[in-house]
Design a protein around this ligand. Structure first.
Ligand SMILES: Nc1nc2c(ncn2[C@@H]2O[C@H](COP(=O)(O)OP(=O)(O)O)[C@@H](O)[C@H]2O)c(=O)[nH]1
Ligand SMILES: [Mg+2]
Length: 230
């Protein structure tokens, strides 16, 4: 039920906007992209831009490679370090151009999983240009628009992609790591996923060469870090 309501909100945001920006975590762009969201945007006929945020946490070559392979327009940025926001503005302007020619103004919305950095991006884009309520007729929903340029506006409240599975929320970085009461289950699930997608990363990152199970890997990481208590 909660899920249903959350998706309804996401749909409202899509309806309201002319251009949708899907914000994902650069550390896990595949896991933090959402097919259902992308399909809804596709069906709406509105342009979609993917922003890989937190690019400061991954190697640049890696982000570039993912960008090269993407069929959907994509930029990587670090909102926290204020890097790439110029490119983001430019890309938004590019996608907005045909809409502007038709209707004279464009509303942009950010949508993504919790904690991917939507609010940080909004604050970064706001900068000094922030103005109060936008003088756009018929805009009476109590929300505000943030001015990106003379004719491009950003919705101030982003859409949040709902997620009901707690382990999945943890894996996607949507929950503060130090506040997880039962970290073992999501940790094992994450290790399992790494084994499926890039097994060698376990050896590269932790120097663990031989292992038989997720549990063994977790134990060995703990041992290496001196975190095993009696
Ligand atoms: N390393 C890094 N952290 C970021 C970046 N952008 C946001 N964060 C952090 O990610 C967390 C969630 O950001 P927030 O904007 O609240 O995410 P939201 O839930 O999508 O609105 C905060 O601790 C931010 O400081 C970034 O570009 N790099
Ligand atoms: Mg937020």
């Amino acid at each position: 039920m909660k899920q249903k309501k959350a998706w309804r909100v996401v749909k409202e945001v899509i309806d309201e906007a002319d251009l949708i920006v899907e914000v994902v975590d650069a550390r896990d762009p595949i896991g933090t992209r959402n097919r259902k969201l992308e399909k809804l945007v596709q069906e709406s006929g509105k342009p979609l831009l993917i922003v890989m945020n937190k690019a400061d946490l991954v190697p640049k070559e890696w982000a570039e490679e993912y960008k090269r392979r993407s069929d959907i327009p994509l930029v990587f940025i670090s909102a926290r370090e204020r890097k790439g926001t110029g490119i983001l503005r430019k890309e938004i302007k590019k996608l907005a151009k045909p809409i502007l020619e038709e209707q004279g103004k464009v509303k942009v919305a950010l949508i993504g999983y919790p904690n991917v950095g939507k609010s940080t991006i909004i604050n970064t884009l706001k900068g000094k240009r922030a103005v109060g309520t936008a003088p756009i007729p018929g805009y009476t929903k109590g929300k505000q628009l943030i001015r990106l340029s003379k004719r491009i506006w950003l919705l101030d409240s982003p859409g949040v992609v709902p997620i009901d599975d707690f382990d999945e929320l943890v894996i996607k970085g949507g929950f503060p790591a130090d506040k997880i009461e039962e970290p073992v289950k999501p940790a094992l699930k994450l290790i399992g996923r790494i084994l499926e997608t890039r097994r060698e990363a376990i050896t590269e990152k932790f120097g663990i060469k031989e292992f038989e199970s997720e549990e063994e890997i977790l134990r060995k990481i703990g041992e290496r870090r001196g975190l095993i208590k009696s």
